[in-house]
Design a protein around this ligand. Structure first.
Ligand code: G3I
Length: 369
């Protein structure tokens, strides 16, 4: 049930009783979803460091949860064995504490942006299982101990399973096998018994992937390991995911007894492309890869908003099991998708546009409360 805007307005006015009447409170995302789930955004260092003040204002007004886009990944926070770089992650956590937000740590064990030293010895050869276990335990324990009591929950393991349901052949898997995943969760729980622990991946709507994660999570729970939520990253496009599969996945993950989180929500507005095209060909580049550098045509924008509205309806339908929805960025200008699959691409995937305006599908919802 939405908190009616009139109630918010009267509350705002009542709280100003006797004082100069103030303008009614601006409807916000966190008020709109207050009875449903935490609403969050991924923060980059420009925003955290005050270089994007309009985005900072949006985050503080609209969101009650934040996640580190990059600064807590192993190559950033633990660039050499035993040497940690805390400044960026400390700034991120301080931002969340200062603004009384639910702070999410991303991500402890991930094959991408992995510190180069992590899985190898000085000769470049893979380390032994025992050495890797100790390195994982030290990495997880050192980081989680530093932020104990401040970080609500952690993406403990990220992107462990391929779309076909096979285990991704990461260095962690190659050295420790499937056991690296429960081990990571064991180490994380030992490091901070009060922290929520999540497993996170993309394309979580795919049936083969979904079945493996349901089994994996059930097995870990059967072993008595703590796992609080399954993170569906929620990177979408105009032709994916299949919304029926997406909704079935929410239900399947919830059947484990875990919460479900949409952890990295965005939706490409451009045609889905792959790197296989010859992007050095400027015609290919401009037509296929970067068709709308100066803004979306109205019909495509309307279609994008309609799809995002449909996803929002699905999330609200399952708000009983969804505990957090996080956008992977604040406004279109800061999205990773502007450079994916190659630099210079102009994308339109987030809840706020380049002029820091809330996209129409959501603005309509907030103003109709
Ligand atoms: O910080 C350096 C900068 O010093 C350097 O000048 C610049 C040169 O290009 O690179 C900067 O690092 C970049 C980093 O983002 C910070 O901007 C890396 O090259 C770039 O690879 C990195 O991309 C991040 C990507 O993960 C890496 O895989 C994206 O910002 C980030 O949004 C994206 O997020 C991931 C999630 O963590 C996991 N799920 C998928 C999602 C999208 O790929």
């Amino acid at each position: 049930m939405k908190t009616p805007l009139i109630a918010l307005t009267l509350l705002a006015l009542a709280s100003c009783a006797g004082k100069q009447a103030q303008a009614p409170a601006e409807p916000t995302l966190k008020d709109y979803f207050a009875d449903d789930f935490l609403i969050g955004a991924a923060l980059n260092m420009d925003l955290i460091n005050g270089l994007d003040p309009k985005a900072d204002s949006i985050v503080r007004l609209h969101f009650n949860s934040i996640v580190a886009e990059n600064c807590m990944k192993s190559q950033e926070i633990h660039p050499e064995e035993g040497r940690y770089y805390w400044a960026a992650a400390d700034s991120f956590v301080d931002y969340g504490v200062k603004n009384d937000m639910a702070i999410i740590g991303h991500t402890l064990i991930w094959h991408s942006q992995l510190a180069p030293w992590f899985p190898v010895d000085s000769t470049g050869a893979k380390v032994s299982p025992d050495v890797l276990k100790e390195r994982m335990r030290d990495h997880i324990t050192t980081i989680m101990t530093r932020y104990k009591g401040k970080i609500k929950g952690w993406d403990v393991v990220n992107e462990a399973i391929e779309d076909d349901g096979s285990y991704r052949k990461t260095p962690f898997y190659e050295i420790l096998g499937e056991e690296y995943i429960p081990l990571a969760f064991q180490y994380a729980h030992e490091a901070d018994p009060d922290a929520e622990l999540y497993i996170n991946d993309y394309s979580m709507n795919k049936p083969a992937k979904r079945d493996v994660y349901v089994k994996l999570v059930n097995d870990m729970k059967a072993k008595g390991l703590r796992i609080d939520a399954i993170g569906m990253q929620g990177h979408m496009g105009m032709d994916y995911p299949d919304f029926t599969d997406f909704e079935k996945s929410i239900e399947a993950y919830a059947s484990t007894g875990c919460n479900v989180m949409i952890t990295e929500w965005d939706m490409s507005a451009l045609p889905t492309v792959s790197r296989s095209a010859n992007i050095s060909d400027s015609v290919v580049y401009n037509t296929l890869f970067n068709p709308y550098p100066d803004g979306l045509p109205a019909d495509l924008s309307d279609h994008w908003n309609a799809r995002m509205d449909s996803v929002t309806n699905i999330l609200l339908r399952h708000s009983d099991v969804i505990s957090r929805v996080t956008a992977w960025g604040t406004h279109d200008g800061m999205s990773w998708k502007n450079d994916f699959p190659m630099k210079g691409r102009v994308e339109y995937p987030l809840l706020f546009d380049r002029d820091y305006r809330l996209k129409p599908f959501m603005a309509r919802r907030l103003n109709q409360q």
